[in-house]
Ligand binder design. Structure first.
Ligand code: GLU
Length: 429
């Protein structure tokens, strides 16, 4: 394990256009809006710690392979570091660093007492057996054993990970410290202290944001035409909840291809179809095939990118026809595309608000774990809804008062809260 200055300079190198530059540029815009002291921006544009670990594991065939994992801890001025762990072949230190910074703003915006972090392992989880994934997860956790903990840094699932990985992480940590520690991770199975409602929470939060945004356009979910990119945990949950509320889901995609139906897709039937067909959607009865690129430019009321970063770009943005975009993924719109959407008059609900349902439910799970008192699902959903709607209203108010786009309004609220905390705590030594 190592944390070195040269790693930090790799993250911050201006030589490449990278997700970290994009994250810093949103920070800069918010700082300008708030007329922040430049010294504070300097602090906030550097992650506090970046940890890279080698993960040597024995494959099922007896060979040894060494994978690379990261955990970036951006800022802990408001509380323990918090953020997911991504299992994906495109994971890099830069991407994880950008996502760690986003987590700082997300938690600050939602008013939950956490700083931001993110973890990731560069691998394609589909290429490993369950046993191999367990060994990878346990070794990654043990390499980070001194860097995580319920008061220090609390991982959760992200792209490519689920409750199963969180159970292995919780067990590895607990065995090492000698007693069960439910608060070390969130998004874990209910049997070991997970929270009811957590699994659907990111999708539920995105559904709530779509509902609130539609209401400002004089519409309800039941009158809405929706397009969703992604059918993983977030995409499938938001699709199901919107379908249950009466929306017409016109199209959904996965990385391997998407489907379209003018009459609207039957989401429970689609889920059953995907479960039977190795997660594939193409071929679902009553639908036609559509590419990811064509899906993003379909006319609709709400477009929900719920997959990976950089999907709406300078190349396709002028063809986007949605009235509202709910960023259920982190960073699905590039900086240039974001500016273009603003002049096209598209309402964009930024990721730090739109996908915050996951970390809000994580917070509620952590509180339940620390207090050893577990709630009914209805209470979890109610508390989450309250925090999400309050944040939505604050962002709308800020945007109206300052005449700024919603993303800038959300960043100004979040960065302002963290900056105030740094000022109040002071700089040590
Ligand atoms: N991975 C999710 C996110 O990006 C959840 C993080 C968490 O619950 O800590 O917000």
């Amino acid at each position: 394990m190592f944390t070195t200055l040269n790693l930090l300079s790799e993250i911050l190198s201006p030589a490449h256009i990278c997700p970290y530059d994009q994250a810093c540029s949103y920070l800069d815009s918010a700082a300008k809006e708030l007329k922040l002291d430049p010294n504070l921006i300097t602090i906030l544009s550097h992650p506090r710690r970046a940890i890279t670990v080698s993960i040597p594991i024995k494959l099922d065939n007896g060979d040894v392979q060494v994978l690379v994992g990261h955990r970036v801890q951006h800022c802990n001025v408001l509380g323990p570091y918090k953020g997911g762990t991504r299992y994906h072949p495109a994971v890099t230190l830069r991407e994880i660093s950008a996502l760690a910074m986003l987590m700082t703003w997300k938690c600050a915006l939602l008013g939950i007492p956490y700083g931001g972090a993110k973890g990731g392992i560069t691998l394609n989880p589909n290429h490993y057996s369950v046993g191999e994934l367990e060994r990878i997860t346990r070794r990654y956790t043990s390499e980070l054993i001194n860097d995580i903990g319920p008061a220090v840094d609390i991982p959760a699932p992200d792209v490519g990970a689920s409750a199963r990985e969180m159970a292995w992480m919780m067990d590895t940590y607990s065995v090492n410290v000698g007693h069960a520690v439910p608060g070390v991770v969130t998004g874990k199975p209910i049997s070991i202290g997970g929270s009811l409602g957590r699994e659907m929470a990111t999708g539920r939060g995105a559904m709530i944001m779509a509902r609130e945004a539609l209401a400002l356009h004089g519409k309800t979910i039941a009158d809405a035409h929706i397009v969703i990119q992604g059918f993983g945990n977030v995409g499938s949950s938001v699709a199901l909840l919107l379908h249950q509320a009466g929306a017409k889901i016109l199209a959904i995609s996965r990385s391997s291809g998407g489907i379209f139906s003018e009459a609207g897709l039957d989401i429970p039937a689609l889920k059953a179809y995907a479960d039977l067909h190795n997660k594939e959607l193409v071929g679902f009865p009553g639908s036609v095939q559509i590419s990811n690129q064509d899906l993003l430019v379909l006319p609709c009321d709400v477009l929900i990118p719920a997959a990976l970063e950089n999907q709406i770009t300078a190349e396709n943005v002028s063809r986007v026809e949605a009235s509202i975009i709910v960023e259920a993924a982190n960073g699905p719109i590039t900086l240039e595309a974001d500016r273009a959407l603003e002049s096209q008059g598209v309402m964009v609900l930024p990721d730090i608000l739109a996908n915050a349902g996951g970390v809000v439910a994580s917070y509620l799970e952590w509180v339940q774990g620390l207090s050893y008192l577990f709630w009914h699902e209805e209470r979890v959903n109610r508390e989450m809804e309250g925090l999400m709607v309050e944040a939505f209203q604050k962002v709308m108010k800020q945007s109206k008062a300052q005449q700024t786009p919603l993303r800038l309004a959300a960043y100004a609220l979040a960065v302002g809260r963290v900056a105030q905390a740094i000022k109040d705590r002071g700089l040590y030594p």
